[in-house]
Write a protein that binds this ligand. Sequence first.
Ligand SMILES: *Cc1c(COP(=O)(O)O)cnc(C)c1O
Length: 378
Amino acid sequence: MTSLESLQFQKRMIESPIGEADRAALVAGGEFGQVFTEHMVTVRWNEQRGWHDGLVEPFGPLRLSPAAAVFHYGQEIFEGMKAFRAADGGINLFRVERNAERFAASARRLAMAEVPAELFRRAVEELVSSDAAWVADHPEGTLYLRPFQIATEPTLGMQPAAAYLFGVIASPVVVNRREAPPMRILISDDHVRAVRGGTGDVKCGGNYAASMPALGRAAEVGCDQVLFLDAAERRFVEELGGMNVFVVYDNGSVCTPPLTGTILPGVTRDSIMRLAADRGARLVERPIEIDELQEAARAGRVTEMFACGTVAVVRGIGSLHGRHGEVVIGDGGTGDLTARLRQELLDIQHGRTPDRHGWISGISDARSRRSEVLEVAG
Ligand SMILES: *Cc1c(COP(=O)(O)O)cnc(C)c1O
């Protein structure tokens, strides 16, 4: 087995990097997740060698056997995180160890080989420093990072695969200073997202495939997202397809459903809970009944509702659409606390505010590294 310390990333860098102007046009013009940076990282695993063949290479197609287990039994997991342009010109990562832990938990749930936290971090750092120029040099410049892992063993045998590929790709996120308008949310009363004992608390591709009919239904009725209820009773609020939810009541309490195995433990959720508590908010993790929530909203007792996740950061919820019609939350706009929590989190991520929780780790980019080498050589 290759030991982790001796695992070196071999680098095959792109021969003619894209020019500044073309890159800027791509970053500005792409929708989320449509444009990718010039490199990707891949690492392989098998039983004999463990994790090996770490490679930084030009972004491009993978060659896989059509019998690769991922295509048949769905052993696939992923993560979502961002690199942020920092106020001092550097690049920040946010709570990487959380994503690494969650990635390993997802692997365990799907009986896949676990990527050690140290390897996860190194792979992410290799990609970000190779493609640092893609983190826009702008106060809100960010690069979305997508670590993923698939079963590559060519076999139709239904058992945990004996070979895996761990990869990281990156997609620049369009800089957008203004907060997005509040969402219209469809309450899903037919499809559920997760069951106790299932995979709702890990990030595996199958969860999202299964949520797509509900998303399609939401789009048909002019909604942006779906709010899923618990599978057993269809009575309690769980989360959106890719974001956790919070409800703010007029008595000042900020509520979110507890993590009982069917809700994805969001890094943003955890961070928002701490920031809200720091502000002296009364934070309550408790089951939220959908009927009670709609009643309270109709009676004007819900002042704000928001969803949060890495991609959208924090986004207001303006209305809920269910079997019994529509309820508007607060005045239908983005609430005060929602806007403030969003701004505070962004300020920490971009290094504009002291990192009092120790959430940030800096990354050296290839350009500054090149100049270090030159300095030493000179
Ligand atoms: C990824 C995800 C979230 C948000 O998690 P973050 O770590 O905050 O990005 C919430 N719910 C689901 C279902 C998710 O897949």
